[in-house]
Design a protein around this ligand. Structure first.
Ligand code: AHG
Ligand code: MN
Ligand code: MN
Length: 354
C-alpha cells in the first residue's frame, strides 16, 4: 500500500529542494496550517460554540464583523506573533500593520483574510481563510505599510483553507498548486490534489448580477453573451454560480474551470472594486496563475499591480485563461470606463472642448 503524503512530509521535501534553507519558511507554513486547523475546528462547531452572529463592531472597511471574524483573526495573530518567522502582519480585520516584537522578528510578511465569506457562516455555507506570504524587502527599515506594498508576483507562497464538507488547504510555493484534505482521524492534512490544473473551455460563470446596473460595458457584454448561450455569439450554453464566498468560488474554479468576476463598477463604494488586493486578489490570483489560469483586474494581470495602500480594493476577474482573455479584450474594446467609451473619447461625438 502506498503511504499518503502528509503536508509535513511535503514541506520537508520542499525544504530539501532549497539549498541553505533555514527551516523558517517551513515553520511559517506549519503555523499557517495550525491556525487553519484551529479555525476549522471552531467553524465546525457552528452554533454549539456560541460564536454565531455579529460581534456588534465594524472593521476598518466599515463592514460588520462576525464573532468568528474576530476570533479567527486572534488565532492567526497569536500563533504567528512570537514564532520568529514574521516581520509584520496585515489582516482584513486590523486597521494597521501588526508589529512583531523585535526579539521575535523573522524574514517574511503575512497578509491574511482570517475568515472569508463570513456573511455565510450563519447559514452553514463554506467559508475559508486566505493567506499571502511576501519577503520583507528591507529588514533594516521600520516596519510599516510600505513593506507590504509589493506586487503580487513577489509572493513566495499563497493559499487558502476552505471549511466546507471537508476542510482543505490549497497552497502554492510558486511551482504548481497542491490541495491537502484534513484527515480528522489523524489531525493531518494529506495530499489529495497534487498539481491542480484549471480545465479550460468550461462554461460556468460567477458574478453577483444584482450589481448589473452599475457594470462597465465590457462586463455587461460578456455576461449578456453568456446568457444568450447557444443562440448568441458564444455558440454554447453557460451555467451561472454565486456562492458569495471567494474561497469557495476559487476552489470550484480551480477544480472545475469557469470564471469569477467581481468587477469594479460605477457605485461610489465600488469604483476600485470590492475585493482587497493584498489578502484576497493577490493570493487567489497567485494560485489561479500557478494552476494555468489567469487573474486580472479586468484589463491587466492583477499580480502586476503595485499596491498603494494595505486595504486597497481591486476589480477581480479570474479563472480559465481563455475566458479571462475574452473579458480583457472586451475591456480594451470598450475602453477603461463608461465615460471613456468611444462616444465620449477624444474623437467621439461628445468630446470635451479644448
Ligand atoms: P469577507 O467575508 O472576507 O468580507 O469577503 C466577502 C467577499 C467574498 O468572499 C465574496 O466573493 C464577496 O465578498 C461577496 O460579495 P457580495 O455580498 O457583494 O456578493
Ligand atoms: Mn474576504
Ligand atoms: Mn474576511
Amino acid at each position: 500500500m502506498t503511504q499518503e503524503q502528509t503536508l509535513t512530509e511535503f514541506l520537508i521535501a520542499e525544504q530539501r529542494r532549497v539549498p541553505g534553507a533555514t527551516g523558517n519558511f517551513t515553520a511559517l507554513v506549519n503555523d499557517i496550517r495550525l491556525a487553519c486547523k484551529r479555525i476549522a475546528n471552531l467553524v465546525g462547531k457552528g452554533s454549539l460554540a456560541d460564536l454565531a452572529g455579529k460581534a456588534g463592531s465594524v472593521n476598518v472597511q466599515g463592514e460588520d464583523q462576525a464573532k468568528l471574524d474576530i476570533v479567527a483573526n486572534r488565532i492567526f495573530i497569536e500563533i504567528h506573533e512570537r514564532a520568529g518567522t514574521l516581520a509584520g502582519m496585515v489582516s482584513e480585520e486590523l486597521e494597521d500593520v501588526w508589529q512583531i516584537p523585535e526579539h521575535s522578528r523573522g524574514a517574511y510578511l503575512l497578509a491574511f483574510d482570517p475568515l472569508d465569506g463570513s456573511s455565510n457562516i450563519d447559514v452553514n455555507v463554506s467559508v475559508g481563510s486566505i493567506f499571502s506570504v511576501l519577503p520583507n524587502p528591507d529588514p533594516a527599515a521600520e516596519m510599516g505599510p510600505a513593506a507590504f506594498l509589493q506586487p503580487g508576483e513577489r509572493q513566495v507562497c499563497a493559499g487558502y483553507a476552505i471549511y466546507g464538507p471537508t476542510t482543505m488547504l490549497v497552497i502554492s510555493f510558486g511551482h504548481g498548486v497542491h490541495g491537502f484534505t484534513l484527515d480528522r482521524e489523524i489531525g493531518e492534512f494529506v495530499l489529495t490534489h497534487p498539481n491542480v490544473r484549471i480545465p479550460d473551455g468550461a462554461s460556468e460563470f460567477a458574478i453577483n448580477s444584482s450589481n448589473s446596473r452599475f457594470w462597465e460595458p465590457a462586463i455587461t457584454r460578456y455576461v449578456d453573451e453568456c446568457l444568450a448561450g447557444s443562440t448568441g455569439p458564444r455558440g454554447r450554453d453557460f451555467n451561472m454560480r454565486w456562492i458569495a464566498s471567494l474561497v469557495a468560488e476559487a476552489h470550484r474554479i480551480l477544480l472545475r474551470g469557469g470564471v469569477f468576476l467581481y468587477p469594479r463598477d460605477d457605485r461610489a463604494t465600488a469604483r476600485s472594486g470590492k475585493l482587497r488586493l493584498l489578502y484576497e486578489a493577490n493570493p487567489i490570483g497567485f494560485l489561479i496563475e500557478q494552476a494555468g489560469g489567469r487573474a486580472s483586474t479586468g484589463d491587466r494581470p492583477v499580480l502586476e499591480l503595485r499596491p498603494t495602500s494595505i486595504h486597497q480594493r481591486t476589480g477581480l476577474v479570474f479563472g480559465s485563461r481563455t475566458e479571462v482573455e475574452i473579458i480583457e479584450r472586451y475591456h480594451r474594446d470598450h475602453n477603461v470606463r463608461r465615460f471613456d467609451a468611444p462616444l465620449f473619447g477624444s474623437r467621439g461625438l461628445f468630446r470635451g472642448a479644448g
